[in-house]
Design a protein around this ligand. Structure first.
Ligand code: SAM
Length: 257
């Protein structure tokens, strides 16, 4: 029995919204991920925290076989139906936990993980599992939003995301990512950073945030320091209501030694 109840509770509520949201279905980062490694067409790929399936489906025309795992049953069902709709015949979705991958050592040429790692309660275990199932010379392609190195900015953005989504564990700094890649025998190359624009009302709606929690989240943005406003491009209406902000996206490529 899988025990990641916080993520399961959060993502059971809104699988279709994650399927339809352009941030997930059409982000330019998907194309950048596909282009980040040379693909011969004979690769086996594992997508960890597959959500509604966008990453596995984006890779499917270019590799032999894609397997997507996700801890949330509703996401797995949504992804399987979506792959069928898209005629992605070489993609399979299974329920599974990033921290206990149910695959033998060295079984994949590529592992991907997009906008999911900040939900893993034990990132060290997940990273060691990812490195374990990769073949030597294989690639780990990570996309996530990350925290700035500055402690105050780090605390601000992590608290904001935790207030909205109780399954948000931590968005890590690039120094932390570098350490985990190195510790797990993955050569670390940063491939790109970008600002991810977030429209406030849509973000609250997609997160299925209970009405009573909304004022504190808005107040966190409204009362932010100038440094936070600059870093996260916080835009407020004249009456102080949050309109938009950005998260800090990164694509990191790890080559297993
Ligand atoms: N990767 C997706 C994409 O490219 O569209 C989006 C992922 S969605 C924002 C985050 C996903 O991580 C959710 O579907 C959630 O169920 C999953 N997740 C959270 N914790 C997990 C864990 N420990 N193991 C596997 N999946 C997990």
């Amino acid at each position: 029995m899988l025990m990641k109840t916080s993520a399961q509770k959060q993502f059971s509520k809104n699988a279709e919204q994650y399927r339809d949201e352009p941030l997930f279905s059409a982000g330019h980062d998907l194309e950048a991920m596909v282009k980040s490694v040379p693909l011969a067409g004979d690769e086996a790929l594992l997508d960890v925290g597959a959500g509604a399936g966008h990453t596995a489906i984006a890779f499917s025309p270019f590799v032999k076989q894609c397997t997507g795992i996700d801890v949330t049953e509703e996401m797995v069902k949504t992804a399987a139906l979506y792959a069928k709709e898209k005629n992605a015949c070489n993609v399979t979705f299974l329920q599974g936990d990033a921290e206990k991958l149910d695959f033998p050592d060295a079984s994949f040429d590529i592992v991907t993980c997009r906008f999911a790692a900040h939900h893993f309660p034990d990132i060290s275990r997940a990273m060691s599992e990812i490195a374990r199932v990769l073949k030597p010379g294989g690639s780990f392609i990570l996309v996530d939003h990350h925290a700035p190195e500055d402690k105050a900015l780090d605390q601000f953005i992590n608290l904001l995301n935790q207030m909205r989504d109780p399954s948000h564990v931590r968005e890590y700094s690039l120094a932390e990512w570098n350490k985990w890649f190195e510790e797990n025998g993955l050569d670390y190359t940063e491939q790109g950073r970008w600002n991810i624009p977030i429209e406030y009302d849509n973000w609250i709606h997609r997160g299925a945030v209970p009405e009573e929690k909304r004022p504190a989240i808005a107040a966190h943005l409204t009362g932010s320091s100038q440094a936070c406003r600059d870093e996260f491009q916080i835009v407020l209406a004249e009456n102080g209501r949050p309109l938009s902000f950005c998260l800090k996206g990164v694509l990191i490529l790890g080559k297993k030694r």
